[in-house]
Design a protein around this ligand. Structure first.
Ligand SMILES: [Zn+2]
Length: 87
C-alpha cells in the first residue's frame, strides 16, 4: 500500500542532494538561458562566502547568487542526476 499525498504548490526539494543553485550570472557567454543547476550544497555555501565559482552536475561553472530566485531546472542536470551522477 502506498499513501502518497502530493499537494500542488507545497512540494519542497529540500531533500534533494545535490541541491539546486540558481544560475544568475548574466555576464558569461550570454547565449544560454538561466537555469537552476544541481550542485553540492557545501560548494554553494563556500561560493557565497568566497565568491569562487562552483561546478554543477552538468559541468557548468559559475558563481551562484545569494538570491533564491526560481528558475527552471537545467535539463542536463536532471538527466545526469536521474542517471545516477554525483558530484
Ligand atoms: Zn546544469
Amino acid at each position: 500500500m502506498r499513501a502518497e499525498t502530493i499537494t500542488p504548490g507545497t512540494i519542497t526539494r529540500e531533500t534533494i542532494d545535490p541541491v539546486q543553485a540558481p544560475d544568475t550570472i548574466d555576464t558569461d557567454s550570454g547565449d544560454h538561458d538561466r537555469f537552476a543547476h544541481y550542485c553540492k550544497k557545501a560548494d554553494i555555501v563556500r561560493a557565497l562566502v568566497t565568491g569562487e565559482a562552483i561546478t554543477a552536475l552538468c559541468g557548468k561553472k559559475w558563481v551562484p547568487s545569494r538570491d533564491p530566485s526560481r528558475y527552471p531546472i537545467c535539463p542536463t542536470c536532471v538527466e545526469r542526476k536521474a542517471a545516477g551522477w554525483t558530484l
